[in-house]
Design a protein around this ligand. Structure first.
Ligand code: SAJ
Length: 424
C-alpha cells in the first residue's frame, strides 16, 4: 500500500500519519479544522508531544505528508477522529459517521478502511459498514474493513506507536490481514489479529479496567483518611504482594479516553455494568473530594482567600486539558467564593470560565494563602520550600497527587495536607 488517507490530525491521527510518511507511504492527512491544517502547512504543530514536531515537519517537507481538507482516492483510509460523549454520556459518533461519508465517493475495489477511534461495541459492523456500502461496494467482498484501536499513552505516543502490540479486528480474515500488511510498515510490536467486535471490546476493556483500578485507589484514599492512615504507604506495601497492583489516588480521572470509554459500555448494556458505572461515579466525584479537603484546611472565612492552583491538564507533563479533573476542581473551589488563580505550564495562555489563570508560576503564588497541587508536573516536583518562601506567604499546601516529600516541607515550616492521609 503506497497511499493512505487519514481522517483526523489529532493526538492519534497526526503521529500515525507522520509514522507512515516517515516510512515512505504517501499520506493525505485530513482535518476539518483550518487552524490545524494551516499550522501544519506552515511548519508548525498544534500538539505538544515528545519528538512529534520534528517528525511531522520532516514528513511535510519531504512531501510524503500532505495536510488538507479533502480526501483523495487511496489504497487505505484510516479514521482517527474524536468520539466524545454528549452531556447525558451517550457516545457522540457524528465525526466517525462524517468521515465514513467522506470516504464513500473515493472508495474503490480492493481498498482497506480502518477505524481507530475508540467506539462502542458493534460500531464497525452496525455504523461504519452500512455507510461505506452506500458506495455500491460490499464490505468483505469488494473492500476490506477493520477496527484497530490506538492504545498509545500520551507523553510516549511515538515510542508506543512503534513498540506496542497492535490489535487488528477484521470483519473477515482477509480484512484483518490487509490491516496487518498496512501497519507492518512501522509497527515493531506484535500484530494480533481478531474480529472487529472483539477488537472494539479489547480497547474498551483496557481503559475500563484502568478506570476501575483508579476508582478503588480513590476509595481507599477516602477510607485512609477516615481510619487515620497514609494511603500512599498502604498502597506501597500492598503492592509488594506479587498479584496486587493498586494505582494512585488523585483528583480524578480525565483525558479523552479513560473518563469517556467506560460510558460506552454503560450505554450499550446498562443492565450489565453496575460496577463500571459506580467506578465512573467515584472518579467523577473526586474533584469535590479534593475541594472538601481544601475548604477544611482554609477554615471558616473563605472570602479574601487566594488559592494558587498548580496544574490544569488531565495528567502530568502533557498539554491536554480535555475532561481534566484539575480544571473541574479549580472551578468547584471558585464556586465556594475563594479566589482561585491557576497556573498551567503546558498551557500558560489558556483561559477558563469560573476561575483566573496566571501565565507564570510566580503570578499564581504571589499573595496566595494556600497552594493546591492538582497535577504532578515535573516542574512542580522540583519546587523547593526556599523558592516558594521567596515568592509567597502561603505556608499551607494541599497536595492531591503526593509529589511533595512531607519531611522536607514540614521541617521548612509548611503545613502539608496530602490526599488520602488521615494523620495530617
Ligand atoms: N490516573 C490516576 N491514577 C493513576 C493513573 C492515572 O488518577 O494511577 C489518572 C490520570 O491522572 C489521568 C487519567 O487517570 O487523569 C488517565 O491517565 P492515564 O495515564 O491512565 O491514561 P491516558 O488516558 O493518558 O491513556 C490511556 C491509556 N490506557 C491504558 O493505560 C489502559 C493508553 O494506553 C490509551 O491509548 C489511552 O488511554 C487511549 O487513548 O485510550
Amino acid at each position: 500500500m503506497t497511499k493512505v488517507c487519514i481522517f483526523g490530525l489529532g493526538y492519534i491521527g497526526l503521529p500515525t500519519a507522520a509514522m507512515f510518511a516517515a516510512n515512505g507511504v504517501e499520506v493525505i492527512g485530513i482535518d476539518i479544522n483550518d487552524k490545524i491544517i494551516h499550522t501544519l502547512i506552515n511548519g508548525g504543530i498544534h500538539i505538544q508531544e515528545y519528538g512529534l514536531a520534528a517528525i511531522v515537519k520532516q514528513s511535510i517537507e519531504s512531501g510524503f505528508l500532505k495536510p488538507t481538507f479533502e480526501p483523495e482516492p487511496a489504497d487505505a483510509f484510516i479514521i482517527a477522529v474524536p468520539t466524545p460523549f454528549y452531556e447525558d454520556k451517550r457516545a457522540d459518533m457524528r465525526a466517525v459517521a462524517a468521515a465514513a461519508e467522506a470516504i464513500v465517493p473515493h472508495l474503490r475495489k480492493g481498498n482497506l478502511v480502518i477505524l481507530e477511534s475508540t467506539s462502542p461495541p458493534l460500531t464497525t459492523i452496525n455504523l461504519l459498514k452500512p455507510i461505506l456500502e452506500k458506495s455500491g461496494l460490499t464490505a468483505g467482498k469488494d473492500f476490506h474493513l477493520a477496527y484497530s484501536p490506538e492504545r498509545v499513552l500520551p507523553g510516549q505516543i511515538l515510542k508506543e506507536l512503534v513498540n506496542n502490540a497492535r490489535v487488528i479486528g477484521g470483519i473477515d480474515i482477509a480484512s484483518a490481514k490487509a490491516g496487518q500488511n498496512l501497519y507492518a510498515t512501522f509497527v515493531k510490536g506484535d500484530i494480533v489479529l481478531t474480529d472487529a467486535t472483539t477488537a472494539e471490546m479489547v480497547k474498551l476493556m483496557e481503559n475500563t479496567y484502568r478506570d476501575i483500578n483508579i476508582a478503588v485507589a480513590n476509595e481507599f484514599s477516602r477510607l485512609a483518611e477516615r481510619f487515620g492512615i497514609d494511603v500512599w504507604e498502604a498502597i506501597r506495601i500492598a503492592n509488594l504482594h506479587p498479584r496486587v497492583k493498586i494505582l494512585n489516588p488523585g483528583p480524578g480521572v480525565g483525558g479523552h479516553c479513560i473518563s469517556v470509554d467506560p460510558w460506552f459500555l454503560v450505554e450499550a448494556a446498562p443492565d450489565l455494568t453496575s460496577l463500571i458505572h459506580s467506578a465512573r461515579q467515584v472518579n467523577d466525584s473526586q474533584p469535590a473530594y479534593v475541594v472538601r479537603l481544601v475548604l477544611k484546611a482554609l477554615g471558616e472565612s473563605l472570602s479574601n482567600k487566594k488559592i494558587a492552583a498548580l496544574g490544569l491538564t488531565y495528567k502530568q507533563d502533557v498539554d491536554d486539558l480535555r475532561e481534566s479533573p484539575a480544571v473541574e476542581t479549580a472551578r468547584l473551589l471558585a464556586k465556594h467564593g475563594v479566589r482561585v488563580v491557576a497556573f498551567e505550564p503546558y498551557r500558560p495562555d489558556a483561559q477558563f470560565e469560573g476561575f483566573e489563570t496566571s501565565g507564570s508560576l510566580e503570578g499564581a503564588l504571589v499573595d496566595a494563602d494556600l497552594i493546591l497541587i492538582l497535577v504532578g508536573h515535573k516542574q512542580f516536583q522540583e519546587l523547593t520550600p526556599d523558592y516558594v518562601k521567596q515568592i509567597s506567604h502561603a505556608r499551607m499546601i494541599v497536595d492531591s497527587v503526593n509529589i511533595f516529600p512531607i519531611s522536607i516541607w514540614q521541617s521548612a515550616g509548611f503545613r502539608l495536607i496530602r490526599l488520602g492521609v488521615g494523620k495530617s
